[in-house]
Design a protein around this ligand. Structure first.
Ligand code: NZQ
Ligand code: ZN
Length: 380
């Protein structure tokens, strides 16, 4: 196990009706800007609950943070935030709204163009933010990451920001989610765990078993959620799994490998494919191309998570990869580039981009643009 420091300051307020607690959780002496996506919260009663709780607060509203939030939209929010001397942000929505709000929080404290912050990869000045989550998937409600897109340059990059001060997670807010977003959220959660788990074997029994527990939970609840999307306990398990999957908890002292995410972001930058679906396409191929390097952990995953116990090691690994792909397919997501309308030219374009940047992904930095190309070819 490597040395590590663990400090996650986000307070999680979880459960039915807890949005009303905003009244006490949000400071009364701040100029607050509420940030929203495209309007789902007006249809499912979340907006009403938020506004009711804020009867004593000073706030303005910013609407229109889109899925895969763009710098183009966020620049407008930053300008409005500066103009109104905003000093506290409350994001109400999915990961995109929360991520976008993380950039607004930094952009308000920055004199230049906020895209600089994304390109730099981190920032240390920001106004505080909190969140009301409506879509279990990204973990943004309890982590310091954010991913921002630029439609002019067709780029999508993560940057390191701040943790929300608190996040409210009411599973009832998820009842209005379309089945496709639920599927993408389940896959995103699953792949977050995998990218912190499918590395060198034997680094931490604790991390392994926490990770395996969340993977098994997702596999168990996914089909049940498909037929009962308004079951409180199922959605509560889903919501908490998504948060635990990317709040640093399963990453203490172990290697990580974000290859699948980094390739997925490039696919989204091309045609806007939803994040979770991009991962459903790439992960099985990443497993296949890196199967020798990751053999020990793939075997552990096969045996402990998928319960595949018989056959040669090679067959067990192949079966594990096939079952992973079949799980994503069972959620009605594309699992090949062809199904998602990507072309050979797109594969060359993404590989060339990684090569040009000289990026070396993977737990030991061996996933170059050429290896990315092999992975993408295996997704066809
Ligand atoms: O915009 P509205 O109208 O709110 O609709 C949204 C959006 O159309 C809708 N939605 C959200 N909650 C809903 C709902 N519809 C009905 N009922 C509800 N309760 O769902 C659509 C997708 O929302 P979005 O926020 O884009 O989804 P998600 O939470 O999956 O966020 C995806 C973004 O997060 C980034 C992704 O790259 C992508 O840009 N990620 C952020 C991470 C992080 N901060 O740590 C890590 C992840 O790996 C990921 O990269
Ligand atoms: Zn993700």
């Amino acid at each position: 196990m490597y040395n590590f420091t663990y400090h996650n300051p986000t307070k999680i307020v979880f459960g039915k009706g807890e949005i009303s607690r905003l009244a006490k959780l949000l400071p009364l002496d701040k100029n607050i800007m509420l940030t929203f996506g495209g309007g789902s919260v007006k249809k499912n009663g979340v907006y009403e609950q938020v506004i009711k709780a804020l009867s004593k607060h000073k706030f303005i509203e910013f609407w229109g943070i889109e899925p895969n939030p763009t710098i183009q939209t966020l620049r407008k929010a930053i300008a409005i935030g500066k103009e109104n001397k905003i000093d506290y942000l409350l994001a109400v929505g999915g990961g995109s709204t929360i991520d976008g709000t993380k950039l607004i929080a930094s952009g308000i404290c920055y004199d230049g163009d906020a895209w600089d912050i994304v390109l730099k990869g981190s920032c240390d000045k920001f106004i505080p933010l909190a969140a009301v989550l409506t879509l279990p998937a990204t973990g943004s409600e309890m982590n310091a990451g954010a991913v921002i897109s630029n439609t002019d340059t067709k780029e999508k990059f993560p940057f390191h920001s701040q943790y929300p001060q608190f996040s409210i997670l009411d599973p009832e807010t998820t009842y209005s989610l379309p089945p496709y977003q639920i599927s993408c959220g389940l896959v995103d959660t699953f792949v977050h765990i995998i990218e912190q788990y499918l590395t060198t074997a034997g680094q931490s029994r604790n991390m392994d078993r926490w990770a395996e527990g969340i993977l098994q939970t997702i596999i168990e609840i996914a089909p049940l959620i498909q037929s009962n999307p308004k079951d409180y306990d199922l959605m509560a398990d889903f919501m908490l799994s998504a948060t635990l999957a990317l709040n640093d908890m399963v990453a203490m002292g172990v290697s990580q490998d974000w290859t699948t995410h980094m390739i997925g972001h490039e696919l989204t930058a091309i045609n806007g494919i939803t994040h979770g679906e991009s991962l459903a396409i790439v992960l099985p191929a990443t497993m296949s191309v890196l199967r020798e390097q990751k053999k020990d952990k793939l075997l552990q995953y096969a045996k402990r998570v998928l319960n595949i116990t018989s056959g040669s090691d090679d067959n067990i690994v192949t079966e594990a990869i096939n079952q992973t792909r079949a799980f994503f397919k069972s959620l009605n997501l594309a699992t090949t580039l062809t199904e998602a309308k990507f072309t050979d030219a797109d594969i060359d374009y993404v590989a060339a981009k990684f090569n040009k940047r000289g990026v070396k992904l993977g737990e030991v930095g061996n996933v170059t643009g050429d290896v990315v190309k092999q992975i993408l070819l295996a997704c066809k």
